[in-house]
Design a protein around this ligand. Sequence first.
Ligand code: PMP
Length: 251
Amino acid sequence: MLAFHEGIKAYAMGDGRLMVFRISDHISRLFDSARVLRMPIPYTKEELEKAVLETLLKNHATLATNGIRVKISSVQRPHRNLLPTHAKISGCYLSSILARMEANENGFDDAILLDYKGYVAEGTGANIFLVDDGKIFTPRPDHILLGVTRDSVITIARNLGYTVIEKDLTVKDLKTSEELFFSGTAVEITPIVEVDKKKIGDGSIGNVTLEIRKEYFEVLNGNRAAYRQWLKLVDARSIRTRNRKLKGWSD
Ligand code: PMP
């Protein structure tokens, strides 16, 4: 069966309203995934966005995170010529599911998949970053899902003054790094404190990870004006505004 999906997250704001993070980027990637499978979506991007906002108006969700222990998986991340790894389509997730099962069976929280050359690709549902000598590294965008959170982390870290480099990373690079973390809509910024039972740094959550995670939440909480375009408030007014736009009315 052919299927595609998208993972989008909403946050409860201090004033009780909900905010969706980078909804247009997620909806755009949904359309990209549908195009890969030649499956038409019988709605416009605006209609889907409105449907998400309307659904969220009736629902709420939250999440919390600690440092996790991961396993380097024996399951390989598929080459992009084998499967369109940039799309969120069901077939691509078989390797993630198998890797996660293998990791859990062996007492780990999650797994890291390598690409066909043996370089680090990503987690089962997240992108990966490492910190070395104060610089931040992440795998090149070859065989991975281009995470919206990955892009957010790169932007936020650079704006905080960090050097962020996309390059081929080895398992040794991971194990000798000062800090490691996953990024993703569901996992947000999740510190990784052990890889294959080897402690990362001193085994506690690193300072760079903490700083980036703190700044990420400042952005999500609407405390950083420079990133406001990433936030979409879910309230009746924003839906009415969108309705008017859909009907061709101008604001
Ligand atoms: N890689 C994979 C395989 C994923 O499933 C996800 C979750 N969508 C990510 C990376 C992170 O992507 P995003 O930041 O857009 O959630």
